[in-house]
Design a protein around this ligand. Structure first.
Ligand code: HEC
Length: 141
């Protein structure tokens, strides 16, 4: 029982030190809520648009602007798949060819600015969840 404290202190330190401060602490899945990261990059389980992708869009402010910015609505699903001013942003099965991923990962994307506009880039593990969802067919699941 005396050995329980040390690992917790380390967990807190790792969370605080980490550049992904907000997300990595939240990603530990408090209260059994499905974390935005889903906890299984590349894993066998299908990523869910409703349960994992939408919460990422909400958490990182995408939903607030898109809403229409760039002609893009990130929800509901049909609107996201319809794309924005530049056309389709999600190509099912081809995450790295999808503008959505380029906008999240490239310092200078082919069109416009890196997303979230004026915000902190998403942690790699969070982008990977979106990648997995697209590569699994970008289902309305
Ligand atoms: C502060 C407002 C704002 C936030 C927050 C924001 N965006 Fe954007 N987004 C824009 C604007 C404005 C454009 C159009 C200009 C550009 O492409 O840089 C845009 C363009 C895009 C495009 C290209 C649409 C097209 O067809 O040209 C994608 C994809 C995108 N955003 C995804 C996201 C995602 C995903 C997030 C959250 C991680 C996000 N954005 C957060 C304002 C925002």
């Amino acid at each position: 029982m005396h050995s329980n404290v040390a690992p917790r202190i380390w967990l807190v330190l790792v969370c605080v030190i980490s550049l992904g401060l907000l997300s990595s602490c939240k990603d530990s899945g408090v209260d059994g809520v499905v974390p935005p990261g889903g906890g299984q990059p590349g894993g066998g389980t299908n990523v869910s648009y409703a349960l994992q992708i939408v919460p990422i869009f909400d958490e990182y402010g995408c939903s607030g602007c898109h809403g229409g910015s760039g002609g893009l609505y990130v929800k509901p699903y049909a609107q996201l798949m319809a794309g924005g001013n530049a056309g389709k942003v999600v190509i099912p099965g081809n995450a790295d060819g999808s503008l959505l991923i380029e906008k999240l990962t490239m310092a200078t994307p082919p069109i416009g600015s890196r997303m979230p506009l004026m915000g902190i880039p998403l942690p790699d593990s969070t982008v990977q969840v979106i990648r997995d969802w697209i590569n699994q067919g970008a289902l309305n699941n």
